[in-house]
Design a protein around this ligand. Structure first.
Ligand SMILES: [Zn+2]
Ligand SMILES: [Zn+2]
Length: 484
């Protein structure tokens, strides 16, 4: 990321010369020799070749074990004074030098790696350390950086941002989280942190994630539960505007998720998917769907359409969850597999690069804008409903009717387009719309108790029921089912 690039650049700019030698008793020796008589220093190829062979067999400690003669070529003499007595260098190399050449060792063993994209991944303290020294050595010897990407992370701290320590008693051990909540929760926590800064963990944070996990899991279960009689090959379906809307949203979710993965922003993956699951699906689409899923005839094009939507969401989103919630994703996939509505043997065999392409056709920006206008109205309806509930006037939202006045052209256009389905969007029994002139407000909402009778099958209220004691829609459904 940009921020890391800036940090490396400024630290390279400001760093002093690198003194490579250190005065320690143990380490990687500097393989030079001195003439005992005149002090001339030798770093000769022939000596280095000897050293290389011996080190390769016995390790660099052999420098300290053997007499100097072992490393010198036969008959080696000082070129200045002719002396044959030499002394070994006692300084060692700075330990950072050892780590700076780690890439070289790796590429020597696996030469095919040198042409690949290589990422250096370490804590943020390595801007001054490993990232920098590797860059210096590699630039000096190969004229290029040893890596194509560098990614850093902060350190784990407690819920208040303090360092963990035994004396403070604020240590949260990963083993404990696994023991109490399972490895999925730990993985979810790891993925959901913004690791560009220090990352916090505490009991409360873990509890919150357990809640998030439950919501993700319940959403997947809800989808699977409503696909029990789904036939993927069924062609007789008809998406309504809400189905199209949620599919369009799905396209954005998939694109954002892919971008987030590409940028290693795993917390954005978690955010995007949980927001979609909670806000768009649980709090909105599933609510509206209930009526269709539970009361429409099984093979009605509307019911099949909503199953088609649920299925599309399942096969598109679950694979993107699998790198993070691996067990949950695979468990769901196997259940879907046993009902024959997925093809791949395992969720891990799904080609993630093809998913976007498969759903892209559903993108409809205009519809998304229109629904976001309707959501404003829906929020207003819900506030009014809540008041009636508090006063004890109504229990279920289906006991009410909405009077909606719209004033501005923008809202009039959208409301007109959706007028036939407003009652199912608001989950009320009836919606009366008045198109009025006015500039002060965009719209106005009033919610009343509906004066009518409840259909015992779908729970919607009507002015009158049929002579069968249920509503028209339910009569139709029961006929299809062959029950009347
Ligand atoms: Zn000499
Ligand atoms: Zn009914």
């Amino acid at each position: 990321p940009k921020i890391g690039q800036n940090r490396i650049s400024s630290m390279v700019e400001l760093r002093p010369d690198w003194c490579l030698s250190r005065q320690r008793y143990w380490g990687v020796p500097i393989p030079t020799v001195y003439c005992k008589k005149c002090g001339t220093v030798y770093l000769k190829k022939e000596i280095l070749q000897n050293v290389e062979q011996i080190f390769a067999k016995e390790g660099s400690d052999s420098w300290f074990v053997y007499e100097i003669e072992k490393f010198l070529p036969q008959g080696f003499k000082c070129e200045v004074c002719g002396s044959t007595e030499f002394e070994k260098e006692k300084n060692i190399l700075d330990v950072w030098y050892d780590s700076s050449v780690s890439y070289k060792i790796l590429y020597d063993v696996l030469p095919e790696l040198s042409s690949k994209d290589i990422m250096y991944l370490e804590g943020s303290d390595q801007h001054r350390g490993w990232f920098q020294v590797s860059l210096i050595v590699s630039t000096a010897t190969e004229n290029k950086a040893p890596y194509s990407e560098v990614l850093t992370h902060g350190f784990v701290v407690d819920g208040e941002g303090r360092k963990m320590s035994k004396s403070l008693g604020n240590v949260v051990a990963p083993q404990d989280i696994i023991k109490h909540h399972g490895a999925e929760i730990l993985r979810l926590w790891t993925a959901s942190t913004d690791y560009s800064l220090d990352v916090r963990i505490s009991k409360e944070i873990v509890e919150m994630l357990v809640e998030t996990y439950r919501k993700i899991r319940n959403t997947i279960r809800y989808i699977l539960g409503n696909l029990y009689d789904f036939v993927p090959e069924e062609k007789n379906y008809e998406f309504d505007l809400l189905d199209k809307y949620i599919l369009s949203k799905l396209v954005s979710v998939i694109s954002e998720t892919i971008d987030a993965y590409k940028n290693y922003e795993f917390h954005q993956v978690v955010n995007t998917i949980t927001n979609f699951f909670i806000k768009d699906l649980s709090n909105f689409y599933f609510d509206v769907l209930k009526d269709k899923l539970y009361t429409y005839p099984k093979s009605s094009p509307q019911r099949v359409a909503s199953q088609k939507v649920l299925h599309t969401i399942f096969v598109s989103v679950v694979p993107f969850i699998s790198p993070i919630l691996s067990f949950t994703a695979e468990e769901a996939w196997q259940e879907a597999k046993s009902s024959n509505f997925v093809n791949e043997e395992s969720v891990f065999l799904v080609d993630l690069t093809k998913i976007k392409q498969q759903v892209e056709k559903y993108k409809d920006e205009r519809l998304e804008q229109e629904i976001s206008l309707l959501s404003e109205i829906r929020d207003e309806v819900n506030i009014n409903l809540e008041e009636l509930r508090k006063k004890g006037v109504v229990g279920s939202s289906l006991e009410t009717e909405v009077e909606l006045k719209v004033f501005t052209e923008e809202y009039k256009d959208v409301v007109k387009k959706f007028e036939h389905m407003l009652s199912s969007i608001f989950i009320v029994s009836s919606v009366k719309v008045l198109y009025l002139e006015g500039k002060e407000k965009k719209f106005e909402v009033k919610v009343h108790k509906f004066d009518g009778v409840k259909c015992p099958r779908c729970w919607v209220y009507y002015k009158n029921l049929t002579d069968k004691g249920i509503c028209e829609k339910c009569v139709h459904a029961l006929k299809e089912l062959g029950m009347i």
